[in-house]
Design a protein around this ligand. Structure first.
Ligand code: ATP
Ligand code: MG
Length: 554
């Protein structure tokens, strides 16, 4: 961010370009490789690319960078489209690098005819061997001086499938002593007899990243091609190829890859978590994939808010997971209706309330919403469930909840006094006997009694049951990849706690998949995809407060 203008460095570049009249409109692209599901790092790239063209006018393409036939699958293409849409963005064109294979082949022929590319019979080991080191120049390949005609013939025959994998490559003819190692005759094409998810068996030669990405940008007349910092050294080759091919001059700009604490942002490692069953799938609610976060109950608004807050950086750093959770809470606080759910039940009997009787009490749906969402009716009766943790037989200091002789308000209902705690023969507390103050009904309270504590409850006769899944962070350390290799040993063993039968207030019975709630005093929850009409399942999206650091230090 620049202090005076409050815009990031890429916006600064674009504003300069627009001022100079360099472009009529801004064209960006989001270029995922369809080899996995999108994660929170991609969300930041999506928000940046789409955000720029929304702000400055122009459009963004969704381009699948599908030049590697081996790792790519149609399932990934579909999930990527769904995720970008869900985040709230619309692409202008849905494009595939593989649609450019014919054009890219022509481009390669153009370089060959200019004497700027050659077919090399060296093995990859030989190529690596002759490459030199950053401090020592490389050596020319013995095949470097083939004639244009010979190269044209061989490249055509590579395409026609005459040669085996790895026996030949097409290389740019630049400079084996170039200070930038990537400019030392980089490989442009390799032979790979593999089935491609779109082009089938039409091709057995595939372009390398450097001979596909910039060229695709150019074909689409992308003005600002934004990528992450590891591509800085590629920029020289990006520009060289565009210049020599005399094609549209797209330009590359780099920003820092986004990493988040307590999670990983690498498709390869996320895939490993899935394949080795550390999670139930790409959309496991503990995964910081977009589909996982959606299932966890995060909203697109909160993810976009997070991406805006972290902005665009020039240097890599770790972003705190707490910030993402904060953004989620902020949004859910406004949109999630409040409900009462008891996760760890203790029976509470109001001895002075008539047996068999029940009455209606009203509770606000969302006091934080712009239009409060009104109230709902809840049944109150003699036997209730409350949370075990809301009672202490020997109360601690400043304990404002239930204890023998203490008074609390039952949310939206009456004030009660705890008269007795009932134990079984082994001394376990099995129920509380309380009495209620009839004049203290919420909204009509004339009791004159004030209580410091308010607890939630559900009526035992009216409550429904549901499974509740309490999710926590997937890793128990800030940076699970700090000691490269063994990130799996840092998987948090307590990242999922299942409560098979929680008591939910009756109004939750018809909650639909994806519907979001605040369970009062317990956190934000969403109905999971596994839910059925007979068996409701809720996921905890996030707790009400950031308790992670405190818990960890216990
Ligand atoms: P991964 O290492 O997870 O496979 P990738 O960079 O190979 O990531 P791509 O599918 O190639 O994944 O990424 C598509 C776009 O998203 C690229 O422009 C890439 O720079 C960007 N991107 C990927 N990961 C991040 C991240 N952590 N932060 C910001 N941008 C990212
Ligand atoms: Mg990649």
């Amino acid at each position: 961010m620049t202090e005076e203008k409050g815009i990031n460095f890429i916006e600064e570049i674009i504003e300069e370009h627009l001022k100079e009249g360099k472009y009529q409109q801004i064209i960006t692209r989001f270029p995922p490789e369809p080899n996995g599901y999108l994660h929170i790092g991609h969300a930041s790239s999506i928000c940046l690319n789409f955000g720029l063209t929304l702000k400055y006018g122009g459009y963004t393409n969704l381009r699948f960078d599908d030049t590697n036939p081996v790792t790519e699958e149609t399932e990934y293409v579909e999930s990527i489209k769904e995720d970008v849409k869900w985040l709230g963005f619309e692409w202008k064109n849905e494009l595939y690098a593989s649609d450019y294979f014919d054009t890219l082949f022509q481009f390669a022929m153009r370089l060959i005819s200019k004497g700027l590319a050659y077919v090399d019979d060296s093995t990859s080991e030989e190529i690596a061997h002759l490459k030199g080191t950053p401090t020592a120049a490389g050596k020319n390949s013995p095949y470097r001086d083939r004639t244009v005609a010979e190269n044209q013939d061989l490249f055509e025959r590579m395409k026609n499938g005459e040669f085996k994998d790895g026996t030949k490559t097409l290389r740019a003819k630049i400079d084996m002593a170039h200070p930038n190692m990537l400019m030392r005759d980089p490989v442009l094409y390799r032979i790979k007899h593999a089935h491609h998810h779109r082009t089938g068996d039409k091709w057995c030669i595939y372009p390398m990243y450097d001979f596909a990405h910039g060229q695709s940008d150019s074909i689409e007349e992308v003005t600002h091609s934004i990528c992450t910092l590891e591509f800085v050294p590629h920029r020289e080759l990006y520009d060289w190829l565009i210049e020599k091919l005399e094609i549209y001059p797209s330009r590359q700009y780099e920003f820092a890859r986004r990493n988040l604490t307590y999670t990983i942002t690498s498709k390869r490692k996320l895939l490993q978590l899935v394949n080795e069953n550390h999670v139930t799938g790409w959309d496991d609610p503990r995964m910081t994939t977009i589909s996982g976060m959606r299932r966890r109950g995060f909203t697109p608004e909160s993810i976009r808010d997070f991406c805006t807050r972290i902005g665009v950086a020039k240097r890599e750093n770790m972003v705190d997971m707490s910030l993402l959770e904060f953004c989620v809470r902020e949004h859910l606080n406004k949109i999630a209706v409040r409900r009462m759910v008891v996760l760890d039940p203790l029976k509470l009997i109001i001895t002075n309330y008539p047996e068999g009787q029940s009455e209606e009490v009203f509770s606000e749906n969302n006091p934080e919403a712009e239009n409060s969402g009104g109230t709902r009716s809840i049944r109150f009766s003699r036997e209730l469930w409350i949370e075990k943790e809301d009672f202490m037989e020997v109360p601690a200091k400043k304990w404002f909840r239930l204890a023998p002789g203490a008074m609390v308000r039952l949310k939206s209902a009456y004030i009660i006094r705890c008269d007795e705690c009932v134990k079984d023969s082994t001394g376990n507390i099995v129920a509380l006997h309380c009495s209620y103050i009839p004049e203290s009904k919420s909204g009509h309270d004339v009791s004159g009694i004030s209580t410091k504590g308010t607890i939630h409850w559900v009526s035992a006769a009216h409550a429904e049951k549901a499974e509740v899944r309490l999710y926590d962070r997937l890793f128990s350390v800030e940076n699970p990849v700090a000691d490269e290799g063994d990130f799996l040993s840092h998987v948090n063993p307590r990242s999922l706690q299942v409560i098979p039968e929680a008591y939910i207030e009756a109004s939750l019975k018809d909650a639909a998949k994806g519907e979001k709630f605040q369970f009062i005093r317990k956190g934000y929850f969403v109905v999971d995809d596994d839910a059925t009409a007979e068996h409701l399942v809720f996921n905890r999206t996030v707790t009400l407060k950031d308790t992670w650091d405190k818990e960890r230090k216990k």
